[in-house]
Design a protein around this ligand. Sequence first.
Ligand code: ADP
Ligand code: MG
Length: 306
Amino acid sequence: MNKSNIIIDAHKLNKKFNGIPAVIDFALTLKKGEICGFLGPNGSGKTTTLRMLCGLLTPDSGEGSCLGFDLLRQSYEIKRQVGYMTQNFSLYGEMTVKENLYFIARIYGIKNKEEVVDFYMKRFNLSSHADQLTANLSGGTKQRLALTGCLLHKPKLLLLDEPTAGVDPKTRREFWDEVHKLSQEGITTLVSTHYMDEAARCTRLVYIAYGQLLAQGTASELIANSGLSTWVASGSNLSQLADELRTLKDIEQTAFFGDKLHVSGQDPVLLKQAILPFQTRYSWENIPPDLEDVFIHLVTQAEQNL
Ligand SMILES: Nc1ncnc2c1ncn2[C@@H]1O[C@H](COP(=O)(O)OP(=O)(O)O)[C@@H](O)[C@H]1O
Ligand SMILES: [Mg+2]
């Protein structure tokens, strides 16, 4: 593989807080232009990992490189070439849009800052908000501003931490169109999210729980490798069916998807036996699990192994 195409190459990254592990033996290889989705329950270590990868937090142990720079020793160089969008909006509310962007441009020592800020304000429809106080912006505009702030110094890698949390579907879609456009321009992205539709927009996914990387691959690889067997039930009174099935040991999970119920288990034969008594009251179809079924399965397994 061409080495210059490797953007992140990290191995055995560990981080503890007050003696408690937050990230355990994390490894990731990311190639140029990839859009990698980073998923996992709250508290699983996503933000900690992103902060280690962009040079803001030093790993306790491990090794690797980001953009060719050493993760443990060259954090300054890494920070200059990475765009990091924090989980919580971190620009100044009492400054205008333009003032915030000029401020960031000055921190990065961008020479032609008027030109650069103007270019990105136009690209992200911020020009009409230029003199508005940031605190008064709508959620979607704040999010575009935060993304713009990450791009001014022309980073090669974007680390986006739940960038669309609480944003409406149309705005989220526009945001993802931008991420794909940036990817075509050669920018690599690692983006944490809880949204399944966003996971489906990524070229690759990484799933983490309890600080441990549990699975990675394309969405279809994760589904195929999950070892999960799923049946979908339809009919009336599915809530009652779900209540009854949940008590059975060979049923790992049940989940509603619209007017259908997904019923999953790890052993296809035992699962089929478990649903047999309900064959006449409901109609059943064997399907590949949904990505969400797979993620719940991964967490369930991780809990069992704790
Ligand atoms: N600065 C910190 N000090 C102490 N504990 C922390 C700190 N940052 C994160 N943690 C803990 O590390 C774990 C992982 O947190 P985090 O990386 O924020 O997870 P996520 O982003 O997946 O929600 C959590 O248990 C969290 O409480
Ligand atoms: Mg987080």
